[in-house]
Design a protein around this ligand. Sequence first.
Ligand code: ITT
Length: 295
Amino acid sequence: MKAILCSRNAHKAREFERLLPGWTVEPLDADGWPEETGATYGDNARAKARFGRAVAGAGHWLIGEDSGLEVEALGGRPGIKSARYAPEGGPAIAKLLGELEGVRARAARYVSELVCLTPEDEEACGSGVLFGRIAEEPRGSEGFGYDPVFVPEGEQRTVAELGNAWKERHSHRARAARALLAALGAVLLLAGCGGPNKTSRRVLRAFFAGGPVVRTLGERFPHKPGTLPCTIHDQGKAVQATCATDISLVKPARAVVTLTEAWNHGAKAHTWFFFIRRDGTVQSVIQEGAPAPKS
Ligand code: ITT
């Protein structure tokens, strides 16, 4: 799969190549980038992806990302304005350490939000957070931006010392990419399958309504099956249910997406196994289980 990353930050493009296995990620070559005026990271990420659509035209996969560093003692600053706080690297770090001089409470977090547009302009999102604190002085040489002063929770070393391989597994961007893959599975399912079976299509739509369940699952259970309470709208009725999803990427040709869904917390109703090719088309769908009980 080939995607265009709508970003001017070469570090991000390099990270995404490693975060989306099997994808080729090319940076967007463009002038006249839009101002980042959104109220949220998601708004800015979407604006970058849509700008990419305007430049690259139809038929491409596009990814927009917006990220930032939020420092508790600074009321969440620089946050969404992290890139404009001061020139990236030394100057931004010096300004941050200056503002935090003498401050003992140094809790902070990195946030990343991703918006991906499919060639059909379906949208999938993913977000990720990395908690930590701001060090007293810069250390380490890998990563970029604020990495030399960001110490993740449970670690003694900065992200720049922990290195790019560590970032690939644990960073806010890595978490957002995993959540995006989970959400994309849902988008691809809705776009490509359910087949002629209206019931499964309807249930899938309800299952993924709005996507937040999938997004949360992707964040909480990036590698393993997870369950979460959710509400499914069955024949016009809102039914409390438990859902689970597991997306495993089977190299090199296809992803296997398993969806299990149960009504009334525990009464198993249906399990679907979706085998999805990397180009997004559905190879096969297997459905198991009994019809859901009417409540
Ligand atoms: P694009 O908008 O073109 O994608 P950018 O670098 O301006 O590139 P953002 O607007 O998303 O990106 O700003 C994010 C800023 O937050 C970035 O410039 C860094 O200062 C900081 N940041 C985000 N992720 C980071 C990371 O993984 N390591 C260090 N600093 C990071």
